[in-house]
Design a protein around this ligand. Structure first.
Ligand code: NAP
Length: 490
């Protein structure tokens, strides 16, 4: 079977309503789901190739709209290609279908056992809300789209209005690789809301603010037929420095922390928002010097800058907070200016609502603790995070380090490193408990991201010829199968 030919001329990118796009996606879903895995993988590799061939043009348009810098944007294009290629590998491997076969057993007690064969099947059309801060890696051809196509689901992307031209251009440049029924782009908040409630849409991927993510999650849940909503929202990403690590390499940690906070002007969901240091750490001057050396720079848009200054202002005005370095509002209202504030662990426990707020941009809160108990008690009140980082010394403070490196309330635990920069590898987990995400069982990065767009179906006593190819005893697609729980082929 060949891939369905584009139903619109390749150069066209007609404006569609959400309802039209969703209806076309529903019509295209069965053919996409039925594509042999090598064809599906070629589609993903074709998208990666199209990105690479057009990278100069795409990066220039992205720079014009986001001002993220060409070097960063080219790096993000390469990362987006790597994601597409990783999901092509996942598809070719076939293990993502999770095929399990339990053969019949007429002698089983207390009752004969039927033939049961289970696999994952695509959910159907998916809506993806692009992120403002990743115009490639979490946008039209980003990880949500790549994993949904890998699963066999058509995608309707709600473009982010921080980069609308880039969104259309990206769609246009892949018109020869993927038909518009399988991947389309719509614009506007109302169209976005319509997608979430459209009966043809079977799941939603979202990257953005906690407030909007929560509202759209509730909208998805209020449908007569509620659908999964995978929101990647806000995260404080605490960094904990043990007394031994602070004594051994405090100045290095302070320098690296400021670099991580200010990377990309702090516009990463993994930016460290809290740094726990032992009281009397002696690093205030280093922290001030390092942060003051970072020049103000444009944020992604005025709306991000306005939210940055509003959140920073309300944190800085709080009675329990003192400035370490607090610059004045810049003359260009789109600019950030890096800032560091400080408070105590005890005050975090006293004012969790006011102090545990994500400040999206290059600002962070240094939190001092008096004792191991003071630290551990405070970590217990933190909301779920995408990441938690521990800086410790192996062989020292073993009891504390063991407590800190437990799974905790986080999706990724980092030892002696920094959370910014999410490696694109199969084992990566980019998720976490609320409010980091709306779905703590899942990830938006790594090979398991594909599982968000699939559901299990068990086939009971269905004749081999009527089964989907991956479940047949002849295994015509040569996918990994498990028989009675053990791997039998692949
Ligand atoms: P956002 O305001 O949550 O917007 C995300 C998406 O939701 C956009 O497509 C936006 O549409 C849409 N939207 C906004 N308000 C809506 C509404 N009332 N009804 C329906 N749809 C709505 O996120 P953002 O614009 O990227 O940035 C704002 C804040 O989000 C930042 O300050 C930061 O706190 C947070 N953020 C978090 C992450 C993360 O990775 N966790 C990433 C980026 C931003 P339009 O494009 O049309 O506005």
């Amino acid at each position: 079977m060949s891939f369905p030919a584009p139903s619109t001329p390749p150069s066209s990118n007609p404006a569609r309503t959400a309802a039209e796009a969703a209806a076309r996606a529903r019509a295209a879903a069965p053919a996409l789901a039925a594509l042999p895995l090598p064809t599906r993988a070629s589609l993903l590799r074709g998208l990666s190739g199209a990105l690479g061939e057009n990278s100069a043009h795409l990066a220039a348009v992205a720079e014009d709209e986001t001002r993220l810098g060409l070097e960063r944007l080219h790096g993000e294009i390469r990362r987006t290609q790597a994601q597409l290629e990783m999901f092509a590998d996942v598809v070719e491997d076939g293990a993502f279908l999770d095929v399990m076969i339990d053969p019949p057993d007429a002698a089983a007690k207390p009752a004969p056992r039927p033939d049961i064969r289970r696999m994952l099947v695509p959910l159907g059309p998916v809506a993806v809300f692009s992120a403002s801060n990743f115009p490639f890696a979490f946008s039209v051809l980003g990880g949500d789209t790549a994993s949904a196509l890998a699963a066999g689901c058509p995608v309707v992307v709600k473009a982010h209005e921080g980069h609308p031209r880039l969104s259309d251009l990206t769609r246009e440049l892949v018109a020869r690789t993927v038909p518009e029924d399988v991947l389309s782009v719509v614009h506007g908040r109302e169209e976005g809301r319509s997608l979430v409630t459209d009966p043809a849409i079977r799941a939603v991927g979202f990257t953005g603010s906690t407030a909007v993510g929560r509202a759209l999650f509730d909208l998805a849940g209020s449908r007569p037929d509620p659908i999964p909503f995978y929101g990647e929202l806000g995260s404080l990403n605490p960094v904990v420095v043990t007394p031994a690590a602070c004594a051994a390499r405090g100045a290095d940690i302070a320098r690296e922390y400021v670099a991580s906070v200010t990377l990309g002007q702090g516009q990463f969901c993994t930016k460290p928002g809290l740094l726990f240091l032992p009281a009397r750490h002696g690093l205030d001057d280093t922290l001030r010097r390092e942060i003051a050396a970072i020049a103000p720079a444009p944020l992604l848009g005025r709306w991000i800058a306005a939210a940055y200054w509003e959140t920073l202002g309300s944190l800085a005005r709080h009675q329990a907070v003192s400035p370490l370095h607090l610059p004045g509002t810049p003359t260009d209202p789109r600019n950030s200016a890096p800032a560091l504030l400080t408070t105590s662990a005890k005050d975090i426990r006293a004012f969790p609502e006011e102090l545990l707020r994500e400040c999206f941009g290059p600002a962070s809160l240094v939190v001092t603790y008096d004792s191991h108990e003071d630290l551990l008690e405070t970590l217990d009140v933190l909301p779920g995070s995408l990441t938690t980082t521990v800086h410790g010394q192996e062989g020292a403070e073993d009891g504390l380090v063991r407590r800190l490196t437990g799974a905790g309330n986080t999706g990724r635990l980092i030892w002696n490193g920094w959370p910014t920069g999410v490696a694109v590898t199969p084992a990566m987990h980019h998720g976490g408990p609320w409010p980091a995400t709306t779905a703590p069982l899942h990830t938006s990065v790594g090979s398991r991201a594909v599982a968000r767009w699939m559901r299990p179906v068990a086939f009971q006593n269905v004749p081999d010829a009527l089964l989907p190819e991956p479940l047949r005893s002849t295994n015509p697609w040569t996918v990994p199968q498990h028989m009675d729980g053990a791997a039998i082929s692949g």
